[in-house]
Design a protein around this ligand. Structure first.
Ligand code: ADP
Ligand code: MG
Length: 327
């Protein structure tokens, strides 16, 4: 009798494992395509989990959006040079981490790049290179050293009038991390939050395999390098192949060097593997500005972080622990 109960339990347990399936939804959030995948026992649960993630990402969007004039981020920008603004602890800490990444990358990454948005447009509307004068003027308002945080009151103050911050290079990664964290806390065993190529994963597929990500060569879209198992958690690719301009035969991407005011060139795409999508997102953007040599050098110094860079000639450059032949 006892034995048969045990056996039934074992059978039930096995049945539960095999009943697990992936549930997936694609939708537009933060102005980008999001694919949310969860592993759950039935579609009711799967959908409820996805709903939770969507709600979380929407809340984050309301906090960090530069388009919504009422967001806390917009309030900070509207009060640049005027007064400090008290913000939610979540936003305060995000800005604090962004400043740490600025220091780590010698200012290549800088959320105050945003005032340069006024002169550089990467939507096809820009027909000629902005003047040297305009570029010099815009870069005067840039500098993470002028973002002042007050730990006690949780206020953020942009010191210079006309200064602006924006989370274009870190926001999607941040949202992916937060959605993952929430679902993990609800007991979701595995999933992927993919924010237009900025993704964080956890657990394994129901068949026991790691999640895999395809790394493609943007210069030859048909030719994927292969499927790479994701063990570290997050993988982020920077390089929006639509957002660039060409002047005098040189291709400039939408990532701007905060120190010179000029968009970066030379790199087509940068993929970063890291434990968190936020860090991977920020570093992928920074690599464009730092360039191949400094970029790889910096990545090699950070534990558990790796990168694959493709330059504008189609050459592949990787950090120390990535062996492209094995991919
Ligand atoms: P994508 O996934 O679109 O390639 P990235 O994560 O590479 O995006 O971020 C690019 C965006 O980051 C730009 O569109 C702009 O909003 C912002 N940005 C541009 N230059 C910088 C910079 N030097 N530091 C921080 N953010 C930047
Ligand atoms: Mg980024």
């Amino acid at each position: 009798m006892k034995k048969s109960i045990l056996l039934t339990a074992a059978v039930l347990f096995t049945a539960t494992i095999y009943a697990q399936q992936t549930y997936r939804r694609t939708l537009k959030l933060m102005g980008s395509r999001f694919d949310i995948t969860v592993v759950a026992n039935d579609s009711l649960k799967g959908n409820a989990y996805i709903d939770l993630a969507v709600k979380k990402i929407s809340t984050i969007e309301q906090l960090i959006s530069s388009w919504d004039a009422k967001s806390q981020t917009s309030l900070i920008n509207q009060n640049a040079g005027i007064k400090p603004i008290k913000v939610d602890i979540e936003l305060f800490n995000l800005i604090k981490r962004a400043l740490m990444i600025s220091k780590l990358t010698d200012g290549a990454f800088d959320i105050s790049y945003a005032s340069m948005d006024a002169i550089w447009k990467f939507d096809g509307s820009m027909k000629e290179m902005p003047s040297e004068k305009a570029i010099k003027a815009s870069v005067k308002k840039v500098g993470y050293q002028n973002i002042l945080l007050d730990e006690k009151n949780h206020t953020v103050f942009l010191k210079l009038k006309g200064m602006k911050i924006g989370f274009g290079a870190i926001g999607k990664g941040y949202a992916a991390d937060k959605a993952k964290q929430l679902l993990l806390s609800k007991g979701v065993v595995a999933g992927i939050i993919n924010a237009s190529g900025d993704m964080n994963t956890w657990g394994k597929q129901p068949n026991g395999d790691y999640w895999k990500v395809a790394i493609t060569n943007p210069l030859n879209k048909k030719n994927a390098f292969g499927l790479l198992p994701i063990k570290h958690g997050a993988v982020v690719t920077s390089g929006n192949y639509e957002k660039y301009v060409t002047f005098n035969g040189k291709r400039y991407t939408h990532i701007i060097d905060p120190r010179t005011g000029y968009p970066s060139s030379g790199i087509i795409s940068a993929t970063v593997f890291a434990p968190k999508a936020e860090l991977a997102d920020a570093l992928a953007t920074s690599i464009f500005v730092m360039g191949i040599d400094i970029g790889i050098n910096r990545i090699n110094q950070i534990p558990n972080v790796e990168c694959i860079i493709i330059d504008d000639k189609g050459n592949i450059h990787t950090s120390k622990h990535i062996d492209i032949e094995k991919i």
